[in-house]
Design a protein around this ligand. Structure first.
Ligand code: FE2
Length: 376
């Protein structure tokens, strides 16, 4: 057994070699970046930030950057067939390619992770323009997904070199989304623990929570999950793998349609979930619905909450409590035609967990959707 001193040394080194300041941006490879950016502005309330493409000297792709508070999304599309971006979209459909992490030193982040076994995606690259410099580097993670390390402390421009400011006359109001709370990856059978080990050994993360198939199974759909957290807790990556159930696991459905491992959902934080969800719904965002019986004994299960029950019930917002407080959450339906990527809207009121008490109601709702698709 590990001594306390050894454990302390391990934790300290774990926290030191890859200090992360949070998520820098999430990049999606999509079939049509111009239209995707329009959808996220219209439906989710993102604002135009920057653009890169042939007009800025980038010949093979177009990228649109949108932002809401600390939440930055990039939509990238290839301009021709026969390249890694086009191949990615052909195989996976629209999805998350890159979970970028903000660092103080992108060169050190690359060196420290690759020397611990990460596969390099991009060697440290310094890019400069009249606003200063950005250094980026990158490593592969599960499936075709990558992490880019972004060092932008010496940069004052709208996004990064290669991009120009994107001014738009179309600026829908924001919906109160604040930052990325966590990003969940779906990996294949027996692959959860190898990826847990990857995040521990290569990136210095810790496993802060685990769910087995006893926790997360309904009559049919089962999965296992472990939550990985960076040393400072700013970055959290739960990892799911399918588990045996009576019928097909929701994670297996994802793996079939994404044709491999990838990002299942990105959780977006808000300080007023009732207002945010009402706003998103009015703009056409579709959410999973639990039966209204969920609310019959809700307060018995979670105790006193500050919110009125009626709007939560009307909007289908879920509540769960842990030792430290409670959280409110709600999940969108997949945001593309393949049953792959979706979003979670989350408001934390002290709770640092992930809504384990909602898994059953939620997964039954997911199964109803799976069944409607003929994939259960
Ligand atoms: Fe989540």
């Amino acid at each position: 057994m590990e001594t306390l001193a050894a454990s302390r040394v391990r934790q300290e080194t774990a926290e030191d070699f890859l200090p992360l300041q949070g998520t820098d941006y999430v990049e999606f490879y999509v079939g049509n970046a111009k239209q995707a950016a329009h959808f996220y502005k219209t439906a989710f309330g993102f604002q135009s930030v920057a653009y890169a493409g042939p007009e800025t000297g980038v010949k093979d792709r177009a990228s649109y950057v949108v932002r809401q508070n600390k939440l930055t999304f990039m939509f990238t599309t290839p301009l021709r067939a026969g390249n890694p971006i086009a191949d990615h979209i052909y195989k996976h459909g629209d999805g998350v390619k890159n979970l970028s992490l903000r660092v103080d030193d992108a060169t050190s982040a690359w060196e420290e992770t690759t020397k611990r076994g990460a596969r390099s995606f991009m060697q440290p690259l310094k890019m400069q323009d009249e606003f200063g410099e950005v250094v980026m580097s990158g490593i592969h993670t599960y499936g075709d997904t990558v992490h880019l390390f972004i060092e932008r402390k010496n940069y004052t421009g709208p996004f990064m070199p290669g991009f120009r400011e994107w001014k738009s006359t179309y600026n829908p109001t924001e919906t109160g989304l604040l930052y990325v709370d966590h990003c969940v990856g779906n990996v294949g059978w027996n692959q959860m623990n190898p990826w847990v080990k990857f995040y521990e050994e290569v990136m210095g993360f810790r496993n802060i929570l685990s769910f087995d198939d006893e926790d997360i199974s309904t009559e049919y759909s089962a999965l296992m999950s472990k939550v990985m957290s960076s040393g400072n807790g700013f970055v959290k990556f739960p990892i799911n793998e399918p588990a045996e159930g009576k019928k097909k696991s929701q994670v297996e459905e994802y793996l079939d349609f994404y044709d491999g491992e990838g990002v299942q959902h990105v959780a977006l934080a808000t300080n007023d979930i009732v207002k945010t969800v009402r706003d998103l719904m009015s703009r056409g965002v579709e959410f999973l619905k639990v039966p209204s019986s969920y609310y019959d004994d809700l307060l018995d299960r979670v105790g006193k909450i500050e919110e009125d029950l009626e709007p939560l019930k009307e909007l289908g917002i879920l509540v769960d409590r842990d030792d430290e407080g409670y959280l409110l959450q709600l999940f969108t339906k997949p945001v593309e035609d393949r049953p792959t990527l979706f979003f979670e809207i989350i408001q934390r009121k002290g709770a640092k967990s992930f809504g384990k008490g909602n898994f059953k109601a939620l997964f039954e709702a997911i199964e109803r959707e799976q069944e409607a698709r003929g994939n259960l």
